[in-house]
Design a binder for this molecule. Structure first.
Ligand code: 8X3
Length: 267
């Protein structure tokens, strides 16, 4: 059987929850899953921006008329909203098979001592507490059927901390630690924990980090060719569509001009 046919068969009718699905890696992952399954799957797409989410859903439905999509406005940093969201999923979406913990952000690049308290709280609440709370809410579903995939979006920042990344790097190191513990705790189950750690990917990431300063955001990638969201989406879908006994536990992904968080060739 071809690679594509195998992937489609393994994804058939799966229920996939993606956080931060209105743009960037989250949106690309939704599109990549839909393409790999020929639309034969059910997507739960969540994000803060409901209109963007609605546009993503509409375009997916246009391309794949058979696809089922449940889109929900959700801010993972609002802890009290997460369990009710999972509890209130319509029955045809409630038995989740795959969780992609994608929602996350960097805010600022200030040295320690000058970091805004609100940025510290926002990054930890989204990247760490949000990811933990969504995982905890979904895990009982996976445990009940002894099956399911959790894909956590880490970062090179979680392996190779850099000046100006005091909080963002710490949040991604937390994701790594959490992924490791989870994988160990689930050793006697068929639940897989995959972590994908991107390097430089051009999405809205830098625009968010630099709070709308498009010049600063652009400067992050000038002189080099960064990855695009689809590159990471392909790797996520590849990981999920491996044979059930195969766990691509951790994947560090760079563009060819990058070799560490700070070692970037800008010809
Ligand atoms: C994004 C990569 O190096 O800007 O997670 O922190 S980096």
């Amino acid at each position: 059987m071809s690679y594509g046919a195998k992937a489609a068969e393994r994804l058939a009718n799966k229920i996939i929850l993606i956080t931060g699905a209105s743009s960037g890696i989250g949106e690309a992952t939704a599109r990549e899953f839909a393409a790999a399954a020929n639309g034969n799957l059910r997507l739960i797409l969540t994000a803060r921006r409901q209109e963007r989410l609605a546009a993503v859903s509409a375009s997916l439905i246009k391309s794949y008329p058979a696809i089922k999509i449940h889109s929900v406005q959700l801010d993972v940093s609002k802890a009290e909203t997460i369990q009710p969201f999972v509890d209130n999923l319509p029955s045809e979406f409630s038995d989740i098979d795959v969780l992609v913990n994608n929602a996350g952000k960097a805010l600022g690049k200030d040295n320690i001592g000058n970091i805004l308290e609100s940025d510290i709280a926002d990054m930890f609440q989204t990247n760490v507490l949000g990811l933990i709370n969504v995982t905890q809410a979904v895990l009982p579903i996976f445990k009940k059927k002894n099956y399911g995939d959790i894909i956590n979006l880490g970062s090179i920042a979680g392996r190779d901390p850099y000046p100006g990344g005091g909080i963002y790097c710490a949040t991604k190191a937390s994701v790594k630690s959490f992924s490791h513990v989870l994988r160990k705790e689930l050793i006697n189950t068929k639940i897989r924990v995959l972590e994908v750690d991107p390097g430089a990917v051009e999405t809205e990431f830098s625009e968010v980090r630099f709070k709308g300063d498009k010049d600063l955001a652009k400067a992050t990638y000038t002189g080099m060719e960064p990855l695009i969201a689809e590159d990471i989406a392909e790797i996520i879908v590849f990981g999920v569509t491996r044979r059930q006994n195969t766990v691509i536990a951790e994947t560090l992904v760079f563009p060819s001009a990058q070799a560490s968080a700070t070692h970037v060739y800008k010809g």
